[in-house]
Design a protein around this ligand. Sequence first.
Ligand SMILES: C[S@@+](CC[C@H](N)C(=O)[O-])C[C@H]1O[C@@H](n2cnc3c(N)ncnc32)[C@H](O)[C@@H]1O
Length: 190
Amino acid sequence: MKLDRILPFARILLEKAISPGDIAIDATVGNGHDTLYLTKLVGEQGHVYGFDIQEQAIEQTKKRLIENQADQQVTLFLKSHDQLTAVLPESSKGKVTAAIFNLGYLPGGDKEIVTEANSTISAIEQLLEIMATEGIIVLVVYHGHPEGAVEKDELMKYVTNLPQDRAHVLHYGFMNQVNAPPFIIAIEKR
Ligand SMILES: C[S@@+](CC[C@H](N)C(=O)[O-])C[C@H]1O[C@@H](n2cnc3c(N)ncnc32)[C@H](O)[C@@H]1O
């Protein structure tokens, strides 16, 4: 298939947004795959801030970063991403060029612990305040589980109504796949 699948396309967007030395955010670190990828994009001079509400996710991510000698470039918070503005250092504000949200539950973890529209939208609002102009927020939306379907509906309502002079909003997904395939919403701050 020549068309970019969902996860590779998410990475293409992150690559576009991030230059060495930048600050990036992994809003849902999970098993740490995206966190590690972000460290490669920001490089040794940059920094990644990661959030998750599960200790298991933070520990798993820490382990992955240490194994790859990338832990010096990352600060992890065992906190909800809607605490973003409160915990990010003042010096990072205006320098964040990308953020990724991989929504849903932790693969291999407790499927009852899922992202929810209220905190996801609150975090997006905070990011739109503190990000650099042309910073990109990538949301990978999984909506095959019941709470995911609710979160998707709320998110679609929210992003569709974002004023055009505030952000560009992109919707990328395969329209004829079965079983509620994940899709991407990307928001570029103007
Ligand atoms: C789909 S997983 C992320 C997968 C991850 N990107 C990876 O590479 O493995 C979603 C994660 O979001 C976390 N989560 C749920 N609600 C959250 C919140 N309010 N703030 C931060 N993380 C949250 C879950 O604990 C779970 O680990």
